[in-house]
Design a protein. Structure first.
Length: 318
């Protein structure tokens, strides 16, 4: 999972006597990855720049490569940043998140340990370390880390992530409490609504899932939010609403076969055999190995015997 919360930084000022211009500094701070990489590279290549400025430019260039998911290159730049600015905590934090994205959790934890030695009250350090432990499957330690981050800096996203750790442990009540706190702290918390909706979906509590998914779609429309709400409508027997949501999910992510399969089930439940067949065939074309339900439905629809009744497919969703 790509880290969206990359730190904004590189607060450096152009020196008029240098070849580097203010525009180079501005570009190095840009939110656009390519612009950032180019601007930071110009600073790095200017031998007149102080070592710390060049170190921060390596850091900024590392962020640009991390944005592009070029994690090995990002790590190499963070390495250079740390050599030139060894007490710069964000370089350790973002090198650690790059290691997480590569699946190298122990290296990530080592970087977060170092960041917290430099800055023991850095809430992001505990949050990222919790993420690394969660990724390793150590949910108890992850909860400890998230709790410390919350103590230092209560934030909606931290409650959402701790809620996920509780949910993955099967402690749904504590998870729900954390999601609700996230939403209380930020009424527009995308993570809060998304994660609480996922908890309700896991519980097959469709009546509560649908309002959360509707709010999530209002805040941040996505194929998975439409797909999850479509599944809830399908389970409740609201087939037209399910079809509408699956259609939007397909528009947003046309190469995912699962939504064609689910829309096919909704069409089938409505008695629209032709559209169901078309969707099952498309699901199989997109995912030949993973669309067993679609293959089975097609066999039933063309009259082959010895397969489960179609209603069982829908019962599984309830």
């Amino acid at each position: 999972m790509f880290v969206a919360r990359l730190l904004a930084l590189l607060l450096i000022t152009a020196a008029p006597s240098h070849a580097v211009t203010q525009q180079d500094y501005d570009d190095c701070n840009s939110g656009n990855a390519e612009t950032r990489i180019a601007g930071c590279t110009r600073i790095i290549e200017d031998s007149q720049e102080p070592a710390r400025n060049r170190g921060l430019a390596y850091y900024g260039r590392g962020l640009g490569h991390a944005q592009k998911r070029e994690y090995d290159t990002a790590i190499a730049n963070f390495d250079a940043a740390i050599r030139l600015a060894p007490s710069y905590t964000p370089a350790f934090l973002n090198r650690g998140t790059s290691y997480i994205n590569k699946g190298e959790y122990d290296r990530a934890i080592a970087d977060f340990d170092q960041a917290l030695k430099i800055d023991p009250d850095n809430a992001l350090g505990y949050y990222f370390r919790g993420w690394a432990y969660s990724s390793k499957g150590n949910l108890d330690r992850a909860i400890e880390e998230y709790s410390e981050a919350i103590r230092l800096e209560p934030g909606a996203y931290l409650y959402s992530w701790r809620g996920d750790a509780y949910r993955n442990k099967g402690d749904h009540e504590r998870a729900l409490a954390d999601y609700e706190e996230a939403i209380r702290l930020n009424a527009n918390s995308v993570n809060g609504y998304a994660h609480r909706a996922r908890l309700y979906v896991d519980r097959k509590d469709h009546d509560r899932a649908i309002p959360d998914l509707t709010q999530l779609i209002r805040l941040a429309p996505s194929y998975f939010a439409y797909g999850d709400r479509g599944a809830a409508y399908l389970a409740r027997g609201e087939f037209d609403l399910a079809i509408a949501d699956y259609t939007e999910a397909i528009r947003l992510y046309p190469t995912y076969g699962g939504h064609y399969q689910s829309r096919g089930l909704a069409y089938l439940a409505k008695g629209d055999k032709d559209r169901a067949i078309a969707d099952f065939r498309q699901a199989i074309e997109l995912d030949p190995l993973g669309s067993k339900a679609s293959r089975d439905e097609l066999k039933v629809l063309v009259g082959e015997a010895g397969l489960p009744p179609r209603k069982n497919m829908l019962e599984m969703l309830k």
